[in-house]
Design a protein around this ligand. Structure first.
Ligand SMILES: *Cc1c(COP(=O)(O)O)cnc(C)c1O
Length: 427
């Protein structure tokens, strides 16, 4: 495979024109859109408009006149299209961690209220040992808050399905693993969870905007996802959450089924009543005042994904990751690189992860040459070089150039330079 052949792929790429919707610095090959999406061209203008006209000019009137109050639902409805949900099943709010707390607590509450067929107590929240830590921490904290009536059980990626039985209250998984790029089947795992009487909570942080998801088709119960990764919403963008319509209905008579009972989740926040009465809609999963500026930025990011269509994004993402794997195989042999991402595209998301005994300095050296990926710790095993391929703006020639710079970095051992050894606060 030559660079010219990669350039030819770009010429034929139906999404190529969308790269122009982003501001990308010259001399940078950005392979970290799975961690922080790039800046859409529309965002600065839109956010400036919200600041200067809606806030500066409209002042408090803009809650109504500029539709600020509707933004969590409006942007949620747009995201619903990307995850196979109905518009009223998704809302934007808070962070992924907080949303996970809310939906996990609700799932446990719903499960406890169900008539149980088996005599066995459902004490387990089942997850994956290599799940993103915040998900595990949130589950641990919630179990503690509930008097340790529940216990978090962790198993390896491949052992999840086999571990689902009638002792499990809720299965809580991340669709695409942040460290390996391996992807679960939303439909198969959800099906197995339901068969065993468990409820299913999905974290879609590493898949929304790059991998097609059909929550309704899979009959998923709850989900959360991130606004600043493939959705390009900007650093710390609001996250989203999904609650299946049947569960929204099932909890209507239970005021505290969603335990963060803030005023935005009230049936009528502007009645200022002393007692909490939840909204009968997904609004009850919101808590406090929405972050209007951040939602404006997130909406611009979500629009870039909608403009492409998630099936087209997935098709290109598979091509990009295949190309990267193939070029690493062809051009980077003998450098102690080891691929930990599944080789079969059906089982991976939009990132490829390689281990190397000196992964940290190798990534720093690569970044110094303009290839921005990131590093992930891997316990006692060799560290991980993580490369995300955001199909909206990564080109096929970028893949070729990135592999070439990786090859040069390893061949010339430029990563041994002292300036590449020092650990930073954020990896
Ligand atoms: C990125 C990510 C998060 C981020 O959570 P925040 O609350 O936004 O910090 C959570 N879970 C997973 C699986 C992620 O990949």
């Amino acid at each position: 495979m030559t660079r010219e052949e990669c350039a030819a792929l770009d010429v034929r790429d139906p999404l190529a024109r969308l790269r122009a919707s982003f501001i990308l610095p010259d001399g940078v090959i950005y392979l970290d859109g799975n961690s922080l999406g790039a800046l859409p061209r529309a965002t600065s203008t839109r956010v400036r408009e919200v600041i200067e006209q809606e806030w500066g000019g409209g002042l408090i009137r803009s809650w109504n006149d500029a539709h600020w109050i509707e933004a969590p639902r409006r942007v949620g409805a747009k995201i619903a299209k990307l995850v196979g949900a109905l518009p009223h099943e998704v809302v934007c709010a808070d962070s992924t961690s907080i949303n996970l707390f809310k939906v996990l607590a609700t799932a446990l509450r719903l499960q406890a209220a169900r008539p149980q067929v088996s005599m066995r107590e459902r004490r387990l929240i089942l997850s994956e040992r290599s799940n993103f830590p915040t998900d595990l921490y949130v589950a641990q904290g919630l179990a503690d808050l509930l008097g340790n009536r529940y216990e978090l059980k962790l198993v390896d990626f491949g052992a999840v399905i086999g571990a689902i039985d009638d002792s499990v209250a809720v299965v809580m998984l991340t669709h695409v693993n942040y460290r390996s790029g391996a992807k679960h089947s939303v439909s198969s795992v959800t099906y197995r969870a339901h068969q065993a009487g468990a409820l299913m909570v999905w974290d879609l942080a590493h898949s929304t905007g790059a991998v097609p998801i059909d929550l309704n088709d899979a009959r998923a119960d709850f989900a959360v996802g991130c606004g600043y990764k493939y959705l390009n919403g900007g650093p710390g963008a609001p996250a989203f959450l999904y609650v299946a319509d049947r569960h929204l209905k099932a909890i209507t008579e239970e005021p505290f089924a969603q335990p963060l009972s803030g005023w935005m989740g009230h049936r009528a926040p502007f009645e200022f009543a002393p007692g909490y009465e939840p909204a009968r809609t997904i609004d009850r999963f919101t808590v406090g005042t929405p972050s209007v500026l951040a939602l404006a930025a997130l909406e611009c990011g979500v629009d870039t994904v909608l403009a492409a269509g998630v099936d087209a994004l997935r098709a290109k993402s598979v091509q990009l990751t295949e190309l990267f794997l193939r070029l690493v195989d062809e051009r980077c042999t003998g450098f102690e690189l080891h691929t930990i991402t599944p080789r079969d595209a059906a089982y991976r998301g939009s990132q490829v992860c390689l281990t190397h005994p000196h992964a940290w300095p190798v990534m720093q050296a690569l970044i110094s040459r303009g290839v921005i990926g990131d590093y992930r710790d891997n316990g006692d095993a060799p560290g991980i070089l993580r490369f995300g391929f955001a199909p909206l703006y990564v080109r096929f020639v970028d893949v070729w150039d990135a592999v070439e710079l990786l090859r040069e970095t390893l061949a010339g051992e430029s990563w041994r330079a002292p300036e590449h050894q020092e650990r930073k606060a954020v990896t």
